[in-house]
Structures are given as C-alpha cells and as structure tokens.
Design a protein around this ligand. Structure first.
Ligand SMILES: [Zn+2]
Length: 412
C-alpha cells in the first residue's frame, strides 16, 4: 500500500484501490455541518463527534471518508438506489460516508450494515495463489466427490414448496437429510431451536468420532437448510436453490466423502434452521456448546450460496476474521492446489452462520460464490435449480474437503 504524496492511502477492494477522498468534511474543506450531521445520523451515531469529526483531518475517519457497505443480495442497493457506489464487489460496496442518507443504519443487521473505514483498509483481498504439499491420497479423496450425487441432493432439497423453518417442507427435508447421514454411520441428533417468540424449528447435527486417542480436536462443517421468500411470506414459494440448498447439499456430499475416511479427530456436520430469520439455529447451537467441546473446535467451515456463477471465471469469497486467519490461509492454498478458482478473502464476517462462532472466539469462515450480490433471485421464488452451476459448487467443495481432511487427519 503506498500513499500518494497528497493524502492518506486509499482502500483496497479486490484488484482496485479507491483513493481516500481529500478533505475532512468540515466547512473549511467544503463540507457543511449538515453533511457532518447527516453522516453521523446515517451511521446511527448520535453526534458528529462520534465519527471523530471534531478532530478529523486527512487520515482519520470522518464523513468525507469511505464506508464499507455489506449487503445480502442487492438489499442495500434496492433500498438506496441513489447512493453513489465507488466500488462494487459482490457483497461489499464502497461509498462516501457523507453521501449516506439519514437512517441508513436502521437496515443494519439482517440485510446490510455500514462500517466506517480507515485509510489503507483492505476490504477484499485477492491473495496470490500459493500451492502447498498435501498428504498422500488427498487428490483421490477429492475425486470421490460426485457432481451427480450433489445434483441429486439439490433436486431433493428444492422439491418442497418452501423450506421455511416453520413449515413442513423444512421438517421433511431435515428428516431426509438426517436419515441419509445416519445411513452413512453418523450419530444424528435433531436439536430443537426457537425462531422468534413462538416458532419452533431444529438443527440437524451429525457427529462422527475420530479413531485417535483423546483429547481429539473437533472439525465442523455447516450450512443452513432453511429458505425464505421475503415478498410473499412463510407460505410463498421458496425453492432456495442457491440460498441455500447449494450449501446444504454440499454438507451432505462432503459428509459422504468423509464417511469413507479414517480420521483421527472428531467431525461434526450441521444443517441449521432459522438462519433466514436471524441466525437463530447457529446462535443457539453455539450458546449451548459445553465449554470442553468448545475448546476442542479448531475449524468451522460454513457453506452459504456456492452454486451460482456470477463471474466470467469461477470464483469463491472466503470470509473470516483474525481468529480464523490460519484456516483462511489453508483454504487459499487448497484452492490454488486443487482448483482453478479465483479467490478473494475478507476479514469482515457478516450475515451467515459463521458469525456466531466467530463472535464466540472460534475459528470460522464462510465460503460463498464470488460476487454473490449479482444473484438478484435470492429470497424469491426465482432461486431455482436451473440457475445453478453445480460444477462451481464442486470446486468449492474440493477446496473445503482438502482442508477438512487435512485437519481431521493431523497428528496429535
Ligand atoms: Zn443463506
């Protein structure tokens, strides 16, 4: 990162560097008190001082600076089509803080959020592909993944009218998936969860003990099983093919491959309910983890939207946090070694089931198709199987399976 002579370093997003705006938004710099107040209100801060505008100069956060918008689908841009986007990178947008409309922070949470940035921030990185040596047999294991089996699961999971967490289609697919995992030798439990004040749903939790001596580590693969139709409510058609039959089918297919592996450490596969209403299944699962179990978790990989190709070259975004840096690096190396995926990474976790694990200090990542924002069909009746490219998902599964197997068979 190099600063121009004139000002602070810009913000890097993928291959682009967006220059840090000159000026600090103060009246002396051409900003107006109104802009300052508007920006503070937009970000949900009571006063301009909360944004640091009282002392803002070049190189500090202020209303003339840049903010990151993270959005699910196109939710932010649909709500605020007039906000100028300086850089558009899948679920990440760069905007000028001072141009955000009042009240923008109110959408924060489920659908989008706004984070003020510091100069020199790296929002989305594009790491150089670096191959690594893997254990003998890794390639053969990856080759056991079957696009045919994966697609069969996609068909079964998208068959119900909806997999809304509070509807029979969810319960039926949870039962089908649980039975399939039990048939593969997993110990399967259905974990009751609440969704909202009165809703009841479930997580499917499948466990496979490792063959090594205690204490063994615990490696976790997750996806949410539920779907939603935002416009038409709980009884609207919600095939949820990309979001998230694609990830749930991935857990089932990787689970099939791993059932044939002799592994030292313990493996847990989880299909969550209640994700679309606010990560209910994953939050409750993490909250209920006994401390000795929590301490054994070394790896959490979450799959959410992995089968829609939105870019010319097949790509994946790996999203983690500083706590999951080593896992993220392993996945980058696996992608370079075993796939032709274009890889981007982010350390701003948002809006899927990896977040509760990260909030609990556990090393979790999300793997998601590149530029998922381009999929405008999520949460509608149009998120159907015909729009998917299973071959993309298979590449993402290969990357994930390589790392899962590596961590499951690690000595000690
Ligand atoms: Zn999802």
């Amino acid at each position: 990162m190099s600063a121009t002579a004139a000002g602070p370093p810009g913000v890097r997003i993928g291959d682009e560097t967006v220059p840090w705006p000159v000026g600090n938004g103060s009246p002396a710099d051409g900003g107006t008190p109104d802009v300052v107040a508007r920006a503070a209100a937009a970000l949900g801060h009571g006063t301009a001082a909360a944004l640091g505008t009282g002392t803002a100069g070049p190189g500090t956060v202020g209303p003339a600076g840049l903010s990151l918008v993270q959005q699910v689908g196109r939710s932010f841009q649909d709500a605020y089509p007039d906000v100028r986007v300086l850089a558009d990178h899948g679920r990440h947008l760069l905007v000028r803080t001072g141009e955000l409309p009042p009240g923008v922070g109110e959408g924060e949470g489920l659908h989008w959020r706004v984070l003020p940035l510091e100069p020199g921030a790296v929002v989305v990185d594009r790491p150089a592909p670096q191959r690594r040596r893997w254990a003998p047999g890794t390639g053969e294991l990856l080759d056991t993944l079957s696009e045919r089996d994966y697609t069969d699961w996609l068909e079964r999971l998208t068959a119900p009218h909806t997999r809304h967490s509070l509807r029979p289609g969810f319960t039926e697919t949870a039962a089908t998936a649980g039975a399939a995992l039990a048939a593969l030798g997993y110990d399967v439990a259905h974990e009751d969860i609440t969704v909202g004040p009165v809703g009841r749903s479930e997580n499917v939790v499948a466990h496979r003990h490792g063959t090594g001596p205690s204490p063994r580590r615990l490696v976790v693969l997750t996806a949410h099983l539920d779907s939603v139709n935002h416009a038409d409510g709980p009884d609207g058609a919600a095939p949820g093919a990309d979001d998230n039959a694609s990830g749930a089918a991935g857990v089932l297919e990787v689970g099939r491959a791993l059932a044939a592996l002799d592994h030292h450490h313990d493996l847990r596969l989880i299909l969550f309910g209640g994700e679309e209403q606010g990560l209910h299944g994953s939050r409750q699962h993490v909250a209920a983890l006994a401390e000795p179990v929590r301490r054994r978790i070394t790896t959490v990989i979450n799959l959410d939207m992995v089968a829609r190709r939105n870019t010319a070259a097949p790509g994946v975004l790996i999203e983690g946090a500083p706590v999951s840096r080593a896992l993220l690096d392993d996945l980058v190396a696996a992608a370079a070694t075993w796939t032709d995926l274009t890889v981007t990474t982010s350390l701003n976790p948002f809006a899927s089931d990896h977040v509760p694990f990260i909030d609990a200090g556990l090393p979790a990542v999300l793997t998601i198709e590149d530029n998922d924002r381009a999929n405008a069909d999520v949460h509608t009746a149009r998120d159907v199987l015909a729009t998917l490219e299973p071959a993309l998902a298979l590449k993402i599964l290969r990357m994930n399976l390589a790392v899962l197997a590596d961590r499951l068979t690690a000595p000690g």
